[in-house]
Design a protein around this ligand. Structure first.
Ligand code: CA
Length: 715
């Protein structure tokens, strides 16, 4: 018995591997491509256990290919063929795909070189549960696998799908390039996207950004930020909820948009708002909760956040109105995108259009599972890469999106991430690109994975910095683990490395990033416990007062470190999710932002607000190159244990303050440190933070309180 794998590596080349090559008789195999036999012209033995065979003619990928040997029938995998230049020369298509609509005509274009027939199905209704016989129109295939049809009529308000015959199955799919859909995203909708703009959209301008380090990112969800009754928002949990101004809790506590404005952040990172699966949230009755990390239609806004998900235009207009309002308030919008996997491959439009192409397969033919969802997408395949690039560019141009946060970016390849940067740069404004560069178990060579350890090959891409996260708060995977602010000792050197955005190598540390623009500094995000819940678990015996100081201190370090600060919504008033680490489908009672808690922890909110003000007004905290950091940061030496002190010196990054002294004291007692003699103006201590001077120290010794940070400056 021979175990055989067969991989096409060209249209007329197949590699066959056997576990018993000495007894393997290549003369005994036959090859079929669909019903057509293929003959072997010649073969060579290549690497161990493998034979490279040359066929007499080319394989047609419209049919599966099988090796028949000693009664076995082995399917030839095309996955390696799909990465060859030969394949790309023949089938890669660089033009626009999807629907081009005008009043006079509609042209549909869809790519599937594997399909043997594609029809456009036109419907009057967007809901498949309403019985209707569609109009079926035959599309024509061009040489490169693009199927196209132009219909010279005004199809406005129709819905459409494609009926694809591929490898003996007939699938009805939604156009992956669809820009609008009906209820639950099950049919594409034909709309004139060019006129679907709210009032004021023509004047909509994104706030300018010079460097990623000028951003202060705040992560929230459209639903969470306004769902709680305490928000006082009328359109709670909807796109329009973030357009309501001057909303208050208890007559004086700002909520939702007004809360975000008051805090002073610059970039709102919004959890998924592309159309996610109707199996997670039924748009007809969206009482269930889901974060939405299960993409369905990548280029369409989610329907459950709109007032009328049946009307394809509604979600588009309302999302644009939300973005317009945020921009008007000088807040940029970063979109959380999940191109690494889909809801389920079998339900997915890509897989139904061209099976085996858009998803990454292992050598044994099974689907790669680095994402944990069983269907990693194959960004290394050029048409998948093109889709991702086209999609982000579409969002940036059509919806004026200002940044993209890539979920599990480590599933993607470096070339894809750099292509995204290149294409977004052509839009002519600074657009942020960053993501989770975790090294996941997906079958992609290590040297081409978009992971943190390859950050130097992606100089314009940011990475969530888990070193600073775990050093400050403790490991996210070990509940009891503590960090610098919560009582773990011997972290002084690590904190120094982190303060410099992990960009400066030393005897102990090797730089993780080439530039501080690459370091997304955070202690908590939607994943894992909230900072407050983590402290409740790891510091059970500490008083609530001490935990509040730790809460201030933790993001105090984030906001005074070099790099790009990132705050998780509600961390500014000790948000709790009742210890639920993964609340992706927990009810609103767990996930929504409760503003009565803001009233309870208003001191924390005001502290964060003060630090944000300092950071925004003082470029010394926002240096954008490792060289600048090296030149302008000086750590004080011979300090007591569990303290870190440094000076941002000589008007760093053009700062008006000549020297800024920052002291972190993680001890539970006050401590005195030696500082260069000067007239030091204190602007942040354990209790308050801002740009006003709290007190003045003219001394070479400074005593600071326990569990806090202090900021001084001198001119
Ligand atoms: Ca949906």
């Amino acid at each position: 018995m021979h175990i055989i794998q067969a991989h096409a590596i060209g249209f007329n080349k197949i590699i066959i591997s056997s576990n018993d090559p000495s007894n393997f008789s290549i003369g005994n195999i036959s090859i079929k491509n669909g019903t057509n036999p293929l003959s072997i012209n010649s073969y060579t033995t290549t690497i161990e256990n493998s034979f490279l065979i040359f066929l007499d003619r080319e394989i047609s990928i419209k049919f599966y290919c099988f090796i028949i040997y000693e009664g076995l029938q082995i399917k030839v995998s095309y996955k390696n063929l799909f990465t060859t230049e030969e394949f790309n020369n023949k089938f890669y298509y660089n033009g626009s795909l999807g629907l081009s609509y005008t009043k006079e005509s509609s042209t549909f274009k869809v790519w599937s070189p594997a399909a043997t027939s594609i029809l456009v199905m036109l419907y009057k209704n967007g809901d498949p549960s309403t019985y209707e016989i569609p109009l079926e129109l035959i599309m024509n295939e061009e040489d490169n696998g693009v199927w196209t049809i132009t219909i010279n009529e005004d199809l406005d308000n129709y819905f459409y799908t494609y009926k694809v015959t591929v490898y003996d199955s007939i699938n009805e799919v939604v156009d992956p390039y669809a820009k609008a859909v009906g209820i639950n995203g099950l049919r594409g909708a034909i709309v004139d996207i060019n006129i679907l703009n709210p009032d004021g959209w023509e004047e909509d301008i994104s706030p300018a950004l010079n460097h990623y380090t000028d951003a202060i990112i705040y992560e929230t969800s459209i639903r969470d930020i306004s769902m709680h009754p305490s928000s006082g928002v009328i359109h709670s949990g909807k796109y329009l909820g973030l357009t309501e101004e001057a909303t208050l809790y208890n007559k004086s506590i700002t909520t939702a948009l007004s809360h975000i404005k008051e805090l002073g952040i610059t970039h709102l990172q919004i959890m998924p708002f592309y159309d996610f699966s109707y199996k997670s949230i039924d748009e007809k009755n969206s009482t269930e909760y889901n974060w939405g990390y299960d993409p369905q239609n990548y280029n369409v806004p989610e329907g459950s956040f709109s007032l009328n998900p049946y009307d394809p235009k509604c979600r588009i207009l309302e999302l644009k109105k939300m973005i317009n309002t945020l921009h008007y308030n000088n807040i940029s919008v970063n979109m959380d995108v999940v191109y690494n996997h889909v809801f389920h491959k079998n339900d997915n439009n890509f897989e139904k259009l061209f099976p085996g192409y858009y998803f990454r397969l292992k050598n044994d033919g099974s689907f790669a599972n680095g994402s944990g969802c069983g269907n990693d997408t194959a960004s290394e395949h050029k048409m998948m890469r093109k889709f991702i690039v086209d999609s982000v560019c579409y969002w940036a141009k059509e919806y004026h999106i200002d940044g993209f946060r890539f979920d599990l970016m480590g599933i993607h390849d470096i070339c894809t991430m750099n292509s995204i940067y290149k294409s977004l740069s052509r839009i002519n404004r600074k657009i942020m690109i960053y993501g989770e560069g975790w090294n996941l178990d997906t079958p992609l060579p290590h040297n081409i994975k978009a992971i943190q350890s390859n950050s130097f090959k992606m100089p314009n891409i940011g990475f969530f910095n888990d070193t600073i996260r775990d050093s400050i708060r403790g490991n996210v995977f070990s509940l009891s683990d503590k960090g610098f602010v919560s009582g773990k000792e011997s972290l002084e050197d690590t904190m120094k490395f982190c303060v410099m955005a992990c960009t400066i190598s030393s005897n102990r540390f090797k730089a993780i990033y080439a530039s501080p623009e690459q370091s997304i500094n955070y202690v908590s995000c939607h994943d894992n416990n909230t900072l407050w819940d983590k402290l409740e678990i790891s510091n059970l015996k500490d008083s609530i007062e001490d935990k509040k100081y730790m809460q201030k201190f933790a993001n105090g370090i984030i906001l005074t470190s070099q790099g790009v600060p990132f705050l998780h919504s509600g961390v500014e008033f000790c948000r709790t999710k009742e210890g639920i680490e993964n609340s992706f489908s927990s009810p609103d009672s767990i996930n929504s932002i409760n503003y009565s808690r803001k009233a309870d922890f208003i001191d924390i909110f005001n502290y964060y607000k003060g630090l944000i003000k300092i950071r925004k007004e003082h470029p010394a905290f926002r240096m954008y190159s490792a060289e600048h950091i090296k030149e302008h940061i000086e750590f004080l030496k011979e300090l007591p244990k569990n303290t870190v002190a440094f000076i941002l010196k000589n008007n760093a990054n053009g700062d008006l303050w000549t020297n800024i002294l920052i002291i972190y004291n993680a001890n539970k007692f006050s401590t005195t440190i030696n500082v260069p003699y000067n007239r030091w103006n204190l602007v942040a201590n354990k209790y308050s933070a801002g740009t006003d001077i709290i007190s003045i120290f003219e001394s070479n010794k400074i005593t600071v309180d326990s569990l806090c940070l202090n900021i001084f400056y001198c001119n």
